[in-house]
Design a protein around this ligand. Structure first.
Ligand code: FO1
Length: 325
């Protein structure tokens, strides 16, 4: 049993992160869990404001998510996209008919002057989501992927239009210097927290933008609480997305050790715990040697049971680390 006074922040990107968030939401009350979603992937397309990671988390918690694609809505149809193609419109980003309703609602409300946090709170309410899911910031932050041959690319151009093909050189988060944590993120950081949980999301383009918001790392550090990461790399492959390919191109080992090393190198002793999949159990001594307490747990989440089991292991581990601080 998780004591009612325990409170957590989960940092999440899209598909992989949303799976653990769903598991956590089954074990923790809305008062105990705040989900912070990356907005570096957001972009403007066809006049619409699109927030892929936030929407993936929302659709997953609402059980509206497309189980085959990982992103977008279940029962989706593609009439708009087909019609757009006939008119030679920009159709490389697959916008489903149902999904369009989310983008149009968000765009209208933002244009009317609401903050992104207000719009996402409205969407959570309409989708029946009780756990607070908040954008990392209300300011505009955009991930730019530096590539060797194609120069700087806006994230969705790199990811969807160019299918992650260009070799990556580095990342930039445009606008981050002026960004503040969103009100919900800031309030959650003011709480008496038990731990920060870093979901199995891409370290470079999902977690780094959240931690890159000025002041966030210092505020976490001041709290002297465990920061626990679930590796997004299992058996040398990313659970989803281009993380392993990026690591190779950046000259890093594409293993969970590479992930741990990235976090330690960038954030020093901010991180305390690391969770490895069973496949990677043999890497535990190497991760421990980097100064991270490590446990091994099945972390490939297919069923709801897998998600809640991993969430339970993460929470147990965080409690153990908290009591040993
Ligand atoms: N990912 C794709 O690979 N192809 C798409 O056409 C695509 C469309 C899309 C539409 C709405 C949405 O919320 C997400 C969408 N994604 C698509 C996923 C998204 O681009 C990425 O998964 C994230 O940005 C990476 O976390």
């Amino acid at each position: 049993m998780i004591p009612e006074s325990n409170r957590y922040i989960a940092l999440s990107g899209g598909v992989g992160g949303a799976k653990l968030v769903l598991g956590l939401s089954k074990l923790l009350s809305p008062e105990q869990l705040t989900v912070i979603a990356n907005t570096g992937d957001d972009f403007e397309h066809l006049g619409l404001s699109i927030c892929p990671d936030i929407d993936t988390v929302l659709y997953t918690l609402a059980n509206w998510n497309n189980k085959t694609l990982g992103w977008g809505q279940e029962g989706e149809t593609w009439n708009f996209l087909e019609a757009l193609k006939r008119l030679e419109g920009e159709s490389w980003f697959n916008l489903g008919d149902r999904d369009m309703a989310t983008h149009i609602t968000r765009t209208e409300k933002l244009k009317a002057g609401q903050s992104l946090s207000e719009v996402i709170a409205f969407l959570c309410d309409r989708m029946g989501i009780k756990h607070p899911v908040v954008p990392m910031t209300d300011e505009r932050v955009r991930t730019i992927v530096q590539t060797r041959d194609a120069g700087p690319l806006a994230f969705q151009h790199y990811f969807v239009r160019d299918r992650c093909e260009p070799a990556v050189d580095g990342f930039e988060f445009s606008g981050i210097g002026d960004a503040k944590p969103s009100p919900g993120f800031s309030e959650a950081l003011d709480n008496d927290l038990t731990a920060i949980l870093v979901c199995p999301s891409n370290p470079f383009v999902s977690v780094d933008p959240i931690l890159g918001i000025p002041g966030v790392v210092d505020r976490i550090r001041e709290k002297m609480i465990p920061v626990v990461v679930v590796s997004n790399i299992v058996g040398g492959m990313a659970i989803k997305g281009p993380a392993a390919k990026m690591m190779t191109e950046l000259g890093m080992p594409k293993t969970a050790v590479g992930v741990a090393h990235h976090y330690i190198e960038k954030y020093g002793d901010l991180f305390t715990g690391f969770i490895l999949d069973e496949t990677d159990a043999y890497l535990a001594p190497e991760v421990e040697a980097l100064g991270l307490s490590t446990i091994v747990a099945p972390s490939v989440m297919v069923t709801l049971h897998d998600k809640t089991e991993l969430a339970a292991r993460v929470l147990d581990f965080a409690s153990e680390l908290k009591s040993s601080l």
